[in-house]
Design a protein around this ligand. Sequence first.
Ligand SMILES: *Cc1c(COP(=O)(O)O)cnc(C)c1O
Length: 828
Amino acid sequence: MDTQNRKIESFFSSREAAEGTLDISKEDIKDAFLKKLFYGLGRIPAVATKNDLYTALALTIRDKVFGRYVRSLEQFAEKDARAIGYLSAEYLPGPHLGNNLLNLEIMDETREALAELDLDLKELLEQEVEPGLGNGGLGRLASCYLDSMATLGVPSIGYGIRYEFGIFNQSIKDGWQAEATDKWLHFGNPWEVVRPEIAFEVKFGGHTEHSYENDKLHVKWIPNTEVKGVAYDTAILGYQSNAIIMRLWSAEAVESFDFSVYNVGDYYKAVEKKMRSENLTKVLYPNDENLSGKELRLKQQYFFVSCSLQDIIRLHLLQGRKLEDLHEKFTLQLNDTHPSIAVPELMRLLVDEHAMEWDEAWEKTRNTFAYTNHTLLPEALEKWSVSLLGKILPRHLEIIYEINRRFLDDLRNLKYNGEQIARMSLIEDWGEPAIRMAHLATVGSYKVNGVSELHSRLLQKQVLHDFAQLWPEKFTNVTNGVSYRRFLAVSNPALADLITKKIGNQWLQNLNGIKELENLALDPDFQKEWIAVKLQNKKHLANHIKERTGIEIEPSMLFDIHVKRIHEYKRQHLKVLHILSLYLRIQAGKGDGISPTAFIFGGKAAPGYFMAKRIIKLITSVGDLVNNDPQVNGKLKVAFLPNFSVKQAQKVYPAADLSEQISMAGKEASGTGNMKFALNGALTVGTLDGANVEIREEVGEENFFLFGLTTDGVQEAKKQGYRPYNYYEENDHLKEILDFLVSGKLAKGDKELFRPIYDNLIHQDPYLVLKDFQSYIDCQNKIHTAWRDPERWVKMSILNVAHIGKFSSDRSIKDYSDNIWELEVMKV
Ligand SMILES: *Cc1c(COP(=O)(O)O)cnc(C)c1O
């Protein structure tokens, strides 16, 4: 062994000694922190800003996390298991610092180390700006899954896009949503490491040239632009265990400048070209209705997919493996159809760039991908027009046509009729021809899963019915889960401590262990402590809301919370009708039986979504009315907490008494907010939709407030020609409420402001708000009765938490590993 290697060896073994013991002392942390502050940032405590201090701490912790990552690499290499490339256009990691401290088990040591320096850990945690690289549930799910893959020791890389501007920041101006760009990188990002040498070129546009050599077709793609994707790595640490990498691609110009040009005009052209290239990963698109025309969005998708596939092939070949074995060593999980252009891209790489025969390449491709569907909403099923796709990716369009030609030939051989074939084709032919990305992903994958039992069933019955009949064994379910370490242990430390005090801390390794709380549900002392913790959390949230909105909420009120993206199918307007019902009842002197309640909303509306933005204005207007009316004051409060994000979510879920999960049945694929609420002891009021069904099964129907139509009921109502106007006419109280919307009383005399909502509800009501209204009101009356019996309520709350084990994302990842990826997790 040469000296160089010996040095490395000895470094590694001493590092093992330092990191491998899992014992990081208060003194270590203090020492490392001060070193980062002095030598890493050139600051002394006296002049350091809060951001300097936060950054120094983040860098200190990042070192520990990377230490774990290096060790994980060694373990993964030894095990030689199949690896997962998780392809997701969105991630919503939330703040890293607190989660890493928990997973390293040094939260207390760090707090104490900082206290000795007269610093407050809490303040530094608040300083972190979270990467808002996703819209909502889908991005958060991807981040929960990375957390669990790390925890369970699944060799994996999470691939995505490093948007320079994430999801917009929401503020409320005059009651309306206002959007501002999200400058999450403004203060730097201490968690990431740029890897300039891990970079790939990605081509766009141009045309293809076909030629034959020995009867074999050769296709050459002559693009007209190229962009370089550079890797930015963030280590994602699991609990007490491994770390994996989230690798996000950032776009750069291929050659920063062509210095050889001597013509001034050319120089400026080169500058413009550079800027155009870098635009590619500038901004995350909010999930608006009409993304399908957005050329830049398609380019983003292809850009990150192409970089990721090139990276995976590089890693595969680096290990001395043959390309033919790719599918044995990698599974690429498609998080929705956003990365589904990966199917023709892998075909292109294999056939055009690595000279593999089509049949063999298709066999490998089909066995490499697995696809997760996330929606049944027809308007959310991704389609790209043939003309746009052909313009940006001419070679991919040819490949998609060829995949489709062969697929439809197979169907003809199976005696499918013309109608079936048209339904299943990858290309929609009526109107403007378009590629159906869900069909492409389904045909190109070896497994397709929905995200809750109900959703997977509906997926096979409706959206992908023909495919499920053709390939029943391809379809499966993986019910979503959440990282309970982040959403309970980190964000609700008081409850976590209480639980650990009573049943020990094994639940932190396996959430099923939390079932032991069952035995304490009737223990009066435990109940008292449980209530005290909840009240404390509610006080914190009330303070936060006061700071952000000026609205004062009494912590003893029932905290009835509806936070999630604003969308008609999620029915925030049904919630508003309930609030107005209470308001009008109190005004009419019929308020007995109404428990004092704080209604708390949060969530962003897509900037181009007219109805959703008006619903926000409606909520804030109802708030203005209710919060300032002396007659109802003390009984009802309404607050809209702006800029719902993971950071906000971590304050909101722990403080909830009641979780609103009231989507129209059949529309919410799973939901994960529902899980996070129940995990924190909130009771759910909900429809039989998405994972609500399974939550109710787990926690028991007596501990869940159910209302509304089932999916069958919804279908039946629609089939029979639903007429919302009849409900308006026949239900006097409902009529009174709806008329109130256009009475001007909510809008300083303006009767038109909420007419679009009123008109939509009484004439169309696509999400059956009016049909479910009475059932919802009746259910809420029961809830208010239950709330007045604190012993009953707290028992139900404890039982919800005790039975939440199934909804850990560790369980979801175990399901993926067992049923789709066919690999054994290292840790259960
Ligand atoms: C969990 C979560 C969501 C998803 O909430 P749903 O209620 O399932 O729609 C959205 N945004 C954030 C920030 C979350 O943490």
